[in-house]
Design a protein around this ligand. Structure first.
Ligand SMILES: [Zn+2]
Ligand SMILES: [Zn+2]
Length: 255
């Protein structure tokens, strides 16, 4: 299994998970043109996608999902709440498969485990993936950590983990107070210290890859996120990957 990102941050997110015979996209916050160009950059294409798995209805995750899915006839997997919120006012939707946020399901040779997260959307989930040999856990857009999140992300071979903001930079930013409260709240986004605290709670014995994701360009810095996670793991900062808005990150292979 390997994984890569088309881009990550508040302007758009999309992650490709490739288990050999089965490739899926998690979210698509990019236009069809941009998504296909970025898939090509990774040596793949939309025709190869077996599914688009949606985490929640916020634009940075769902803006490009339905047009990409419609154009290439890709089934879209999402919770009932996300479907209700994201599909409102749209017609001619592509095939949508409603999922239970607690029930694992299969897409080709990938086992997908959705798990609910505290975020200010209708029915948000994040996903963990297994091909039988390796496990990848993805967590962005979570305002706080739950015991269930700690369980699901344990013993992963790779983690993509939200480091949305640095507390100090957010507090000092020019964002209006209500927005600062929303971002830092229990249903907002994880800051570097929370992501680090999560890492200290999960079983990281099998971890081969750790990528910080969904960084705010305004309220975080890649080196702050990497430093927080490296301190929590007791590893070198250079070992931590940091996803960026335009470049995402290149393929990472699980061995
Ligand atoms: Zn987001
Ligand atoms: Zn969100």
């Amino acid at each position: 299994m390997r994984f890569a990102s088309l881009g990550s941050g508040s302007q758009g997110n999309a992650l490709v998970v490739d288990a050999g015979e089965t490739k899926v996209l998690v979210d698509c916050g990019f236009s069809t043109r941009m998504a296909t160009a970025r898939l090509a950059r990774l040596g793949t294409c939309a025709e190869d996608l077996a599914a688009i798995l949606v985490t929640h209805e916020h634009g940075d995750h769902v803006a490009g999902v339905f047009s990409l899915a419609g154009r290439y006839r890709i089934p879209v997997y999402l919770t009932h709440g996300t479907h209700a919120a994201a599909a409102r006012g749209r017609s001619g939707l592509p095939e949508c498969r409603l999922i239970d946020g607690h029930a694992p399901f299969a897409v080709g040779c990938l086992e997908v485990q959705p798990f609910p997260v505290p975020h200010d959307a209708r029915e948000p989930v994040q996903y963990a993936f297994s091909d039988g040999a390796h496990r990848l856990g993805v967590l962005t857009d979570s305002g706080s950590i739950t015991p269930h999140i700690v369980d699901v992300l344990g013993l992963c071979d790779a983690l993509v983990l939200e480091c949305n903001h640095d507390q100090g930079l957010l507090a000092a930013s020019r964002y209006p107070t209500h927005l600062k409260r929303r971002i830092a709240g229990r249903f907002g986004h994880l800051e570097n210290g929370q992501a680090a605290a999560l890492l200290q709670q999960v079983d990281t014995r099998r971890l081969q890859h750790l990528v910080a994701a969904h960084l705010s360009q305004e309220n975080n810095r890649p080196r702050l996120a990497a430093a927080a996670l490296a301190t929590a793991l007791g590893c070198d900062e250079d070992w931590i990957g940091v996803a960026d808005q335009d470049g995402g990150f290149d393929w990472r292979q699980l061995i």
